[in-house]
Design a protein around this ligand. Structure first.
Ligand SMILES: O=C(O)CCC(=O)C(=O)O
Ligand SMILES: [Fe+2]
Length: 348
């Protein structure tokens, strides 16, 4: 009875979420409905989102050099070595090395990810990061790859592999992040060796080919709710993982590991298949990390309230606090735990 009432009350919300970036099959019984996905709900969302992204990208294209645009169109990612002028990069590194700021951490398998939000307080202590955020080239590459001019969320991210007891880091499996074009960007502050968590990407896997759409359909049906399933359990495996053996069937090349020196910027459409490369021994990576995610069904590129600097800089904090609140009332799980005031370079 309770469950019936809960369903009736929440149904309008679940239906509305079909037209948003909500991606979890498990937490929305419409998006995760097997019958609907067998009849094309998921693939319709993917196809519509990709079509709209293409139209938005066409409008954003003139903001970046042709050469970068061609690489992003062809591969789904672009690598910019020596991205910041050497003196700006040196200042950025020194400022982040001496920074102590409130952080949050998340554990996945045996790996810890730490985030320090680049809010106004932190930016006052790391003025070189403000220079980075204000660089049109940085913003525009992220906009184009993410097919949106909306403000990304930017953090100092530390990834520490093999530091806690646990299964292998699920991020080391090839996967797509969500059902639509979307962007992540890494400006590496440390060198990234080939055997120490290089970012891995399958070139060209961001394109919606008929094979990819068929894979999306199969994946969505497998991920859909079974009547006996219980939800909100942490998942041992990423829902959107793809086996390396499948790449050939999808007409895709093998993945490429991006092992690069510090001060390299990598911007990628994480609708494409990618992973965090495994590390031979416990390793760490520190980077300025940006994520842009927005409703993929919006026809326009701008009109983003978070683009107001004063508001946008608070977005990570507002995001953390809202999930804290949702957890308190029992409708979400906060994976990002407060870690106190630390350095990005501290061990786990
Ligand atoms: O940290 C990485 O190299 C990639 C992790 C990943 O899959 C992601 O951030 O979406
Ligand atoms: Fe990912």
């Amino acid at each position: 009875m309770l469950s019936f009432v809960r369903h009736a009350v929440l149904m309008p919300f679940w239906l509305a979420q079909v037209f948003t970036q909500e991606k979890f099959f498990a937490r929305n019984p419409v998006i995760g409905n097997r019958w609907l996905n067998e009849h094309g709900l998921h693939t319709a969302r993917v196809a519509a989102a990709c079509r709209l992204a293409e139209a938005r990208r066409r409008r954003l294209a003139r903001r970046i050099p042709d050469e970068d645009r061609q690489l992003l169109d062809r591969d789904g990612f672009v690598i910019k070595r020596d991205f910041l002028p050497p003196e700006v990069f040196a200042a950025l590194l020194a400022q982040i090395r001496s920074l102590r700021a409130p952080a949050r951490q998340m554990i996945e398998g045996d790996t810890v990810t730490r985030h320090i939000a680049l809010d106004s307080t932190v930016l006052d202590l790391v003025p070189a990061a403000r220079q980075l955020l204000d660089l049109p080239q940085y913003r525009n590459l992220i906009s184009y790859a993410g097919s949106s001019a909306a403000a990304p969320m930017v953090y100092v991210q530390t990834v520490l592999s093999g530091t806690v007891e646990g299964a292998p880091d699920p991020q080391t499996e090839l996967h797509t992040d969500t059902f639509h074009p979307t962007v992540k960007a890494w400006l590496f502050l440390t060198d990234v060796a080939a055997d120490a968590m290089p970012f891995v990407y399958v070139p060209g896997s961001h394109r919606l080919t008929p094979q990819r759409l068929a894979w999306e359909r199969r994946m969505s049906i497998e991920a859909s709710r079974q009547p006996h399933d219980t939800y909100r359990q942490p998942q041992p495996r990423l829902t959107r993982a793809v086996s390396p053996a499948m790449l050939g069937e999808l007409g895709l090349p093998p993945p490429r590991a991006i092992s690069v020196p510090a001060n390299t910027l990598v911007v990628a459409d994480t609708f494409g298949f990618h992973a965090r490369g495994v590390s031979a021994t416990p390793a760490s990576r520190v980077e300025i990390w940006a994520i842009g995610r927005r409703n993929p069904f919006l026809p326009w590129t701008g009109l983003d309230p978070w683009s107001l600097a004063a508001l946008g800089r608070r977005k990570p904090l507002i995001y953390w606090k809202s999930v804290d609140l949702l957890e308190k009332i029992g409708i979400a799980r906060q994976r990002w735990r407060e870690r106190g005031t630390v350095s990005a370079f501290d061990p786990a």
